[in-house]
Design a protein around this ligand. Sequence first.
Ligand code: ARG
Ligand code: ZN
Length: 869
Amino acid sequence: MNIAAQPVIEADQTVYLKDYQKPSFLVDSINLDIQLFEDHTNVDSTLVMKRQTAGDLVLLGRDLELKSIILNGQALTENEYQLDAEQLVIANAPDEVILNIAVQIHPETNTQLEGLYLAGEGLFVTQNEPEGFRKITFYPDRPDVLSEFTTRVEADKKYPVLLANGNLLEKGEAGEGRHYAIWQDPTKKPSYLFACVIGDLAVLKDSYVTSEGRQVALEIYAEEKDIPKCHIAMEALKHSMRWDEEHYGRPYDLDNYMIVATSAFNMGAMENKGLNIFNTSCVLADEEYTTDAAIMRVQSVIAHEYFHNWTGNRITCRDWFQLCLKEGLTVFRDQSFSEDLQSAAVQRIDDVAVLKAHQFPEDSGPLSHPPRPDHFVEINNFYTATVYEKGAEINRMMATLLGKEKFRQGTDEYFKRHDGQAVTVEDWVAALSAGSGVDLSEFLIWYNQPGTPKLEAKGEYDAAAQTYTLSLKQSLKAHPKYPNLKAVPIPVALALFDATTGEQLTLNADALVENGVKDGVYLFDTDSATIQFTGLKAQPVVSLLRNFSAPVDLVFNYSDEDLAFLLQYETNGFNQWQATQTLLERILLNGHDADIYIQAMKQTIPNVIQHDPLLASRLFDVPAEGYLGSRIDSDYSPVKVQEQRNALMSTLARELGSFCKETYLSLDPSAQKDFSQAMGVRALKNIMLSMMARQGDEAVFELAYQQYQSTGNMSERLGALRVLEWNDAPQAEAALTDFYMRFKDEALSMDQWFMLQAAHPKATAETIAYLTQHPDYDLGVPNRIRAVSGGLNANPVNTWSFGVQHFIGLAKYLDEKNPIVGSRLLQALSRWYTLAEPQRSEVKAELEALKPQVKSKNVSETLNSMLSV
Ligand code: ARG
Ligand code: ZN
């Protein structure tokens, strides 16, 4: 059998980028008829197909019961096609084909939350990216097959809402208490963007007029009681639509835009054409029920999915190796959008904190892969921090280098060239280069290589010559699967400061040109280089990688005093924060003295609180134990890291003395001029509260209990509850019970209740057992599993003791029930090999023992990679 039209699935199930071939048949149009019943669903489809290249006609399908297949009016018998667990192949098909296919599926028992599935009481939804559509019907389910979809949905009238992509053509009675709706999507799309929703939901409506004058109906569907929590998302949607017009010249292209909220969802949200489906955690926002951080996340995910309409939907990916084409670009776009919603420096801090906490460790361990991998077993395993976050950083580097205007010319060219196409990373970089007039092709290296480059910098001042020489060196750790690693282009944003006045120095313009420093950015794209600054009467303080201009691990011979200086005088808020983080890493991991850090904080913080309370709250960040652990490559002792960190926190609290209480009492969130300031003040108050608890001040519990009782804001309530609960305060039990009684019907608030207890610094195996046996714990709802598992994982000491059994148990259980989530959770153990003995061997043995017990491609690929160090 020749299946040349498909990436070859070899015996070991690995798919390679180099094997990509065009599909032999394209689909002009598809008519889908989905009839939902209590115990099964019938799906009838008509595909109008045309040959494009030689080869068999290949339809992908999984877990489908084939009822009939008719080709150009002739029913096919079993020997006229080949059917296996993954595909249906028709050899020698004519060049023009009309296929009628009838299958039966079982959404009512689908626990994998992929394809069409029951998402809780009275709601059926779809999740088809990347390969879910093949669980609905036989189809060339690959992103380079674009087709026009018409969808008829039929169900019992107890499900009043029947939705699919595009415009509603018709709806009506279907007899026997049933009804139907027919939807048509005028834009051609790949099958992963198909969606339908069947259920009993309420709706929030609004409208928007595009820059082209198109009137768009906006609808957010959710449970009746949650409709009041949809207003922030609706505002964010309208804001995103305007933002994309203003910043990228991209107006919306359909007459409606629908969003549906479900609590049973594997990921954050999904950009299905005109019919987004969202995890409730990424759409419901209300200060009474969700935290400030969650509200910010809702706005960014709404923007993210909306932005996909152009970067993802109208221009999509040729194959799944190109996933970072749409995700990296769309994350970069949503990060830029969020920079307009709050202090831009804080947005950058938060984005880099995520990158460093998740992407850097991933890229330094056994799961490391390039943003565009060249092989995979299960593509669901590649929705990673590397594809998303590092992918975004690559786009940010190119944008930084080009500047606003040229970057816009580049993106304009991309939309002009490729609208309506399925393209590659090369196409994107070529369009960006052509439009901007700047050759960016060397940035392709970033897409194709794994690992975080190490950037070693050395600065030397020559007093006699009045010069400052900066030498740069880059290197990458060798990777077994990716030999021939090359130097990458690294935009190094930099500034020099006067060490006595703290002012930024204006640099000698000629020298800058000679050195290739443009607009404060030096493009470093060789193995090593030196640049020299002249005319400096005294030794300057240098700030490198401002705003984190490249995703590299910077090692610079700053003195601790230089870092303290930058905390005080850097005008780039991100680099102020970075200075604290570098200092803290030196203190916590390299035994440096904490005094310089503490004195600098004392001098800087009061002033920052005055003008940017949100930034001030971030300057108190102390790297989490998990992050610190990820910086240790061998002989890692979680207990030691915990002791170090606790000791520092206590010193800091003690040194700050009465400042904590004074600050706490002086701050008033309700007196702030906007949400972002108020959010900063709330964050600061909570930090002060926990510092006071560390000071051993018993009176703090009364203050915390008061804050808990008197507020209507979730960040304040949770912050107070955390201080009570984590310090085993006398009021803790009462507050915890009160929280439960107040919010027991609010799933997102209850997730916080579970997480807070699981993350208790003294949580034990019994704590976790209590939570996982709680009647409100539900293995069918990923959000709830993540709440407990995420809380547990906040204490690496626990992760690496009883947590090992917890995560292995989940991987085993979810291997069949929900392999996407199972594989993800197992990754909590991916740095097992860095542990000190005997822990290292113990965990390894447990992982080895799991191997023969798992079947899914998802979990086995992850496990195999994890064990391949
Ligand atoms: N494209 C979606 C987003 O980033 C994510 C879908 C991920 N789905 C999955 N099964 N891995 O907006
Ligand atoms: Zn996305």
